[in-house]
Design a protein around this ligand. Structure first.
Ligand code: PSV
Ligand code: MN
Ligand code: MN
Length: 388
């Protein structure tokens, strides 16, 4: 196995992006549970995200969701983020919460609704201009519930038309990340149900259109690391929305349900060159903490990604390659498993200490008194967005 000292430097430069919506109250369609001290404004969400960076050292950006994080002055919001020690990351568009979108947004049969949706996506690029964000993340709830409800092929045409218009609006240093999802909220057809559909649309448009892999958006048993390896090879992997699932789009803490899957994904990322910052892969979290406290939930998630990454970097690439070339099935498998079975926590604690961080971010945050302070200060915390 590779020595930890050889991978320390790469781990020190890891960057994981936090979702602003993870800090608001959330729940299921049965109940949203309120928690004390949750943010009331986009600024307070950023302040909470900054706490995660402060204790982990590897969460320097926070993704915004528009209009959940709407403000009058986005440049000022970006300045505020900088004051807190973080930056604004991807801008997430929202064309799924208006009554107008009952039959879809950019694929709606009504051209007026399509125009409204497109205008929102273009407005999100304006926000990117003001915040200096590189990425626009596009997730559409579009689809149908019943056979015959709408023309599946025409909906693809409408989707392509909207994506083309957004693509044309992107600046030189901007790109969009196209997200797919197997099902939900539509149950019969989804207009972007899988990586292949997203890939085909992105391929037609060019380099500024990339696919984002949300780990919760696949059928059970899907080999996500294969998708990652394939997209990386094609230079089409724009990033991840990390989370864990047991059943559907559970949005649980990444690495909680299946840490081995997270390791396998991170191994393919490393193997395919996607861990090099020059590859431009965005490592984002897309989670909701319905029953657990939110800032510690995000810290735990960041640490889970860090641990999986450390293990992936520890894989002895030479030993693996020779075992593979020799057809040594058990030897090759052992090269991966040796790295996966390493307890990297003491090494990561050591790394943090060297970086001037507390070796135990969870304990350090708990001791800081931040939770108690915001619980006293913030009254009337807002829901993350769902049904707000
Ligand atoms: C809905 O499925 C969703 O969870 C998508 O994963 C988006 O990325 C996220 O909401 C935020 O819009
Ligand atoms: Mn997502
Ligand atoms: Mn989702």
């Amino acid at each position: 196995m590779t020595e930890f000292s050889a991978v320390k430097e790469s781990l020190a430069h890891q960057a994981i992006e936090l979702p602003s919506w993870a800090f608001g109250n959330s729940g299921t369609r049965f109940k949203v549970f309120g928690q004390p001290g949750v943010p009331r404004t986009p600024e307070e969400k950023i302040a909470d995200a900054a706490q995660v960076h402060r204790y982990t050292g590897i969460a320097p950006t926070v993704a915004l969701h528009i209009p959940w994080d709407a403000v009058d002055d986005y440049a000022k919001l970006a300045e505020y983020a900088a004051e807190q020690g973080v930056r604004v990351g991807a801008i997430n568009s929202n064309v799924f919460q208006d009554d107008d979108y009952r039959l879809g947004s950019v694929t709606n049969p009504d051209p007026a609704v399509r125009r409204k949706a497109l205008d929102h996506l273009l407005a999100c690029v304006d926000v990117m201009d003001a915040t200096g964000s590189r990425d626009l993340k596009l997730w559409f709830s579009d689809g149908t519930n019943y056979p015959g409800q709408d023309d599946i092929r025409a909906r693809q045409d409408r989707l392509a038309e909207a994506l083309e218009a957004v693509y044309a609006r992107l600046g030189d240093d901007q790109r969009f990340l196209l997200e797919y999802k197997l099902f939900e909220p539509a149950f019969y057809t989804t207009d972007l149900p899988d990586w292949g559909t997203a890939y085909a649309h992105c391929l037609k448009l060019g380099d500024k259109a990339q696919v984002v892999v949300d780990t919760g958006h696949h059928a059970p048993g899907t080999n996500i690391e294969f998708i990652v390896a394939f997209l990386l090879r094609e230079n089409k992997l724009g990033g991840f929305d990390f989370n864990s699932r047991f059943y559907a789009d559970d949005d649980l803490m990444v690495g909680s349900a299946d840490p081995f899957q997270l390791f396998r994904i991170m191994y393919e990322v490393v193997r395919g060159g996607g861990y090099d910052p020059a590859a431009g892969v965005a490592f984002m979290l897309d989670q909701c903490h319905n029953i657990e406290p939110k800032i510690p939930g995000q810290i735990r998630s960041v640490l889970n990604v860090q641990e999986a990454t450390a293990k992936a970097l520890l894989v002895d690439a030479d030993a693996l390659a020779s075992a593979q070339a020799a057809g040594d099935v058990l030897g090759a498998n052992a090269a991966l498993m040796d790295a996966y079975n390493t307890d990297v926590r003491p090494m990561l604690a050591e790394l943090r200490a060297e970086q001037g961080l507390d070796p135990d971010p969870m304990a350090a945050f708990a001791r800081s008194g931040y939770t108690e302070r915001v619980a006293a200060e913030r009254v009337g915390g807002r829901q993350a967005g769902w049904g707000a």
